[in-house]
Ligand binder design. Structure first.
Ligand code: HEM
Length: 192
């Protein structure tokens, strides 16, 4: 039975997407040098999840859609100023700053996956890009490897900021956003 005075915000696919992404990223990150087969499969999983999320951002449920949370840079900056001044408005879906972080995370993870496919093709002559990139030389290999690693480290920084943002927003609005990403529900009405 849903808690009283709560409203469904995150649909089951978004929640499954989120926690699968957390697990797949963690596995890929921890297996970077050895366990190559596991690393590659975790990477494919991340790419598949991002593909799903891009589609779901267009045809998904209300708060999953990009139109629900992607805002212009000026709106995002104004919202960040409001957070600093402790007067940021509560949003049922992603707030403008959270929405911007979602996009940055998705793009970064997509680039990590694509550069990973590139490294796999050049180095191992394997994967879906092997036919296209398999013949590239040492410089290309170096570049792709550096980019892949740099982006992965960037993702870790972004994830730390993402979790910090989730904790901060939850505190400012007196709600448990992590639980909402588990059971999909948020408080419907404002507290008095
Ligand atoms: C254990 C650490 C994490 C926690 C507690 C957490 C929590 C959350 C929460 C509460 C939201 C919803 C934010 C809101 O209310 O607006 C969210 C969204 C999101 N998080 Fe995380 N997160 C974690 C780790 C990660 C990691 C590691 C990634 C990426 C690899 C990630 C990517 C995302 C994305 C892409 C969204 C947007 C969900 C969507 O709309 O599809 N998160 N996260």
């Amino acid at each position: 039975m849903p808690e009283q005075n709560t409203i469904a915000v995150w649909d089951p696919l978004i929640r499954l997407f989120h926690w699968s992404l957390v697990a797949a990223f963690l596995v890929a990150y921890l297996t970077e040098d050895d366990l190559m087969t596991l690393h590659v499969w975790a990477g494919y999983t991340v790419l598949g999840l991002i593909g799903f999320r891009l589609l779901w951002g267009i045809v998904g449920t209300r708060h999953a859609r990009f139109t629900d949370f992607v805002r212009s840079p000026s709106v995002v900056l104004a919202y960040l100023r409001d957070i600093a001044a402790q007067r940021a408005k509560r949003h049922l879906g992603h707030n403008p700053a959270g929405g911007a972080m979602v996009i940055v995370l998705l793009v970064t993870l997509l680039l990590i996956g694509l550069t990973g496919l590139g490294v796999y093709a050049v180095e191992e002559h394997a994967g879906p890009l092997a036919g296209m990139l398999g013949g590239l030389g040492h410089d290309a290999e170096e570049f792709l490897e550096e980019a892949h690693e740099w982006l992965a480290n960037l993702a870790v920084v972004l994830i730390v900021l993402h979790v910090a943002g989730v904790v901060l927003a939850g505190r400012q609005h007196g709600e448990n956003l992590v639980r909402a990403m588990i059971n999909g529900r948020k408080r419907a009405a404002e507290r008095r």
